[in-house]
Design a protein around this ligand. Structure first.
Ligand code: SF4
Length: 412
């Protein structure tokens, strides 16, 4: 008798997703070759809308680094960055990306025929997520001898106050002034507001997509989310992202109405806290399918929800939206957030990914997992691994631990 493996339920909008992502990268490549166009590199939760208001093509290296992880090439290139002084203990997005660059490799070649990542005219970061992004961008700035500018954010923020917003807003205004000579013109306020408006719409739709996971059974999994978040990261501020999420949302709402479950015979519902394990998305997704367990929500996919954006107040609202992010906040705020998410998504257990090279997005190192389990009376599992460096991840250990955890949920 042959055993059939449960299959991931295909999302029909994936065709559109692939097309708009391909168009984006090809357009980026064309812009990089056009001497009249300017390219800005931007961190994934950096001031993209401002850059669009200045007419830059915006490129996101973290997305590139995640692709390296997904196609399992990160391990190949990390050692080349280690060899030029970047520790194996620091962000493996940084080390994979710099290592691949040093070796002249980009996954965009195989996917889209693009020879190299676009050369930046400027690199713009926001330290709201970590300091690694600044170090990462500075490496390229030195390499290409181009400016690297950024926003220095408050960290460990409890309530986001008017003072926080004012200080970040002032930095954004100064950044706009400093970028103008590189862009070749002043900030176009109309374009800036339009980008903020589209970004806000994209964000709202993306959140609605993710909330289709509150349905019982859930209409999508965390693993679907890690793929379909692409436009929220690299196309926010553009109409194409809004159109895409309208299509995806309609498809998922139909699933909800018809009680179509992403995971057949859903028995348990989990929350994923921390970075994805990019090199094991498929393996993990398949294991949870086999266990009839759906990872229904995550902090990670929700990190591109910026609902505070307001086109009528672009500087202050950007300052607020990019400071209210989970990763910027105090442990108390983070715990309240996860508690709310677990309730809204009817979660049976929490999986914490302790990513070796990303302490910034690993929230099980200072007792949060224990405190939350007590508070919510919800069990948790810690998986040791990494976002990109698969030398830190044991397949066997993760598989056994997940199996045991789900079994324990069954004994509930
Ligand atoms: S948040 Fe983590 S994964 Fe992201 S750039 Fe910073 S260290 Fe790397």
């Amino acid at each position: 008798m042959t055993e059939t493996k449960p299959e991931n339920k295909k999302i029909q909008s994936t065709g559109t997703f692939k097309k708009i992502m391909a168009d984006h990268f090809l357009q980026m490549d064309a812009a990089a070759a056009d001497p009249k166009r300017k390219v800005a590199w931007c961190t994934s939760v950096g001031p993209a809308e401002l850059l669009q208001g200045l007419g830059f093509e915006v490129y996101y290296p973290e997305n590139h680094a995640a692709i390296l992880g997904t196609i399992r090439k990160a391990d190949t290139y990390i050692p080349y960055a280690n060899a030029v002084g970047y520790s194996p203990e620091i962000c493996s997005y940084l080390t994979a990306d710099v290592g691949a660059f040093l070796q002249g490799f980009t996954p965009l070649k195989r996917a889209y025929g693009i020879e190299a990542v676009p050369k930046p005219d400027v690199l713009v970061y926001n330290t709201n997520q970590c300091r690694d992004v600044q170090d990462w961008f500075m490496w390229y700035a030195r390499h290409w001898k181009v400016p690297c500018l950024g926003i220095e954010t408050h960290r460990n923020v409890g309530d986001v106050t008017a003072e926080h917003v004012a200080s970040i807003s002032a930095q954004l205004k100064k950044l706009a002034q400093d970028l103008a000579p590189i862009a070749g013109h002043k900030l176009d306020m109309d374009q800036f507001k339009e980008s903020v408006r589209l970004s806000q719409q994209c964000s709202e739709l993306w959140e609605k997509v993710l909330r289709c996971g509150t349905a019982q059974p859930s209409a999508l999994t965390f693993f679907d989310g890690t793929i379909h978040m692409g436009p929220a990261v690299v196309l926010r501020g553009m109409q194409v992202a809004v159109d895409y999420y309208e299509e995806l949302l309609a498809e998922l709402r139909k699933r909800v109405d018809e009680r179509v479950s992403a995971v057949e015979d859903e028995r348990f519902r989990l929350y994923w806290e921390g970075m994805p394990v990019w090199g094991r998305l498929r393996t993990l997704s398949e294991q949870f399918l086999e266990l009839n367990t759906c990872v229904v929500a995550s902090t990670y996919c929700n990190s591109w929800v910026f609902n505070q954006l307001d086109p009528d107040n672009p500087f202050d609202s950007m300052a607020r939206a990019y400071t209210e992010l989970f990763i910027v906040r105090s442990d108390e705020v983070k715990e309240d957030y996860i508690a709310r998410m677990c309730k809204d998504f009817h979660v049976d257990g929490i999986v914490y990914h302790d990513a070796r090279t990303c302490p910034n997005n690993s929230n099980c190192r200072y007792g949060m997992h224990q405190r939350l389990s007590e508070r919510l009376d919800t069990p948790h599992l810690v998986i040791n691994g990494d976002l990109n460096d698969m030398r830190c991840y044991s397949d066997e250990q993760a598989r056994t631990n997940i199996e045991a955890f789900v079994e324990q949920l069954g004994q509930g």
